[in-house]
Design a binder for this molecule. Structure first.
Ligand SMILES: [Zn+2]
Length: 278
C-alpha cells in the first residue's frame, strides 16, 4: 500500500516536471548549445542554414543589424551613415537631399569583402542568395510561434529538421522598428531593377514574403553553407532517418522523423530529446 502511494507520487511529480519543461522545449534541430550549427533541412540544393543570426549566440537571439554590404553595426542607419552612399545635405537636416549616389557592390555580394558572413564567420559561411531564400520558403512548412518568449517563424524542412527566425524587426535612423512583429533578412542579391535596393526575406505573423529594401536599412543576416566541415556538425537527413520516435513511456510510436507530424498532440522523445507535438 505504502509502495503504491509512493509510486503514484513519483509518477505525478514526473508528469509535472515534463509539463513544466514542455514550455521551454522546442523542436529545433541543434545537436547541442554550441551555436552556430549548420542545419540540414533536406533542401533540394543541399544548402544548409545556420541555426542563429549573425551576432547572436542562440536561435532566438536577435543578433546584429547590418546595412547591406556593411560588416559592422552602428547607432544610426540612414543614407548619410551608409558607407556606400554619397550625397549632399544642403539644408542641414541630417538627410541627403541632392547628388545622392550609391556605389554598386555588384549583383551578388556573397563571399566578397561586403559579405558579413565571409568576414565575421569565415569558413564556408556566406550570405544566402535570393534563390536560396526562395528555396527555403518554398520547400519548408512554417509556423509563427515563440521560443523563450521571443516571437518568430519556425521552419520545418522536408526531412523534418527545424530552424527558427526571430522577429528582430529592422533598424532605421537610430531605432529598431517592428521587433516582435516581423523578422527581415538580407539576401546577397542586389535588386535587378533598382541598384540601391537589395532583396530580402520577411517573416511575420501574417505570412512570409520576399521583397526589397533600401540598402542603408539595417536588417538581420542569416547565413548558409553548402559545405560540411568538422567544426560545424550538421544533423544530416541520413543520420536521422533511422531514428525512431518514442513516447514518454519508452514505446516506439514511429520509425521515421518524417512521421512526427502525424502523431497526436503530446510529448515524445526523439534523438534523446523531448519534442512537443502541438
Ligand atoms: Zn544551433
Amino acid at each position: 500500500m505504502m509502495m503504491k502511494k509512493f509510486l503514484h507520487l513519483f509518477l505525478v511529480s514526473f508528469m509535472t516536471l515534463l509539463t513544466a519543461n514542455a514550455q521551454n522545449v522546442n523542436t529545433l534541430s541543434c545537436p547541442d548549445d554550441n551555436h552556430p550549427h549548420a542545419i540540414d533541412l533536406g533542401l533540394p540544393s543541399g544548402t544548409k542554414w545556420a541555426c542563429c543570426n549573425v551576432g547572436a549566440d542562440k536561435p532566438e537571439a536577435y543578433g546584429g543589424y547590418y546595412a547591406w554590404g556593411e560588416i559592422e553595426e552602428k547607432s544610426t542607419y540612414t543614407e548619410m551613415t551608409y558607407q556606400y552612399c554619397t550625397g549632399e545635405d544642403t539644408d542641414g537636416d541630417g538627410y541627403y537631399d541632392s547628388n545622392i549616389s550609391y556605389q554598386s557592390l555588384g549583383s551578388d555580394i556573397a563571399n566578397t569583402e561586403y559579405d558579413v558572413a565571409h568576414v565575421k564567420w569565415g569558413g564556408s559561411w556566406v550570405m544566402p542568395s535570393h534563390d536560396q531564400q526562395m528555396e527555403l520558403i518554398s520547400s519548408c512548412t512554417y509556423t509563427w510561434t515563440s521560443i523563450n518568449g521571443v516571437s518568430g517563424e519556425e521552419l520545418t524542412g522536408p526531412n523534418g529538421c527545424t530552424i527558427f527566425f526571430p522577429a528582430a524587426g529592422f533598424a532605421y535612423l537610430d531605432e529598431v522598428y517592428h521587433s516582435t512583429v516581423d523578422g527581415n533578412y538580407w539576401s546577397s542579391t542586389q535588386n535587378p531593377m533598382f541598384s540601391y535596393f537589395s532583396n530580402h526575406l520577411t517573416f511575420a505573423s501574417y505570412g512570409v514574403s520576399l521583397g526589397s529594401y533600401n540598402q542603408s536599412r539595417g536588417l538581420s543576416v542569416r547565413l548558409v553553407t553548402s559545405v560540411t566541415n568538422s567544426i560545424y556538425l550538421p544533423k544530416s537527413s541520413s543520420e536521422i532517418s533511422n531514428q525512431a520516435i518514442y513516447n514518454i513511456y519508452g514505446i516506439k510510436v514511429a520509425s521515421n522523423p518524417k512521421e512526427i507530424g502525424k502523431l497526436p498532440s503530446g510529448v515524445y522523445i526523439f534523438n534523446g530529446k523531448k519534442v512537443v507535438v502541438k
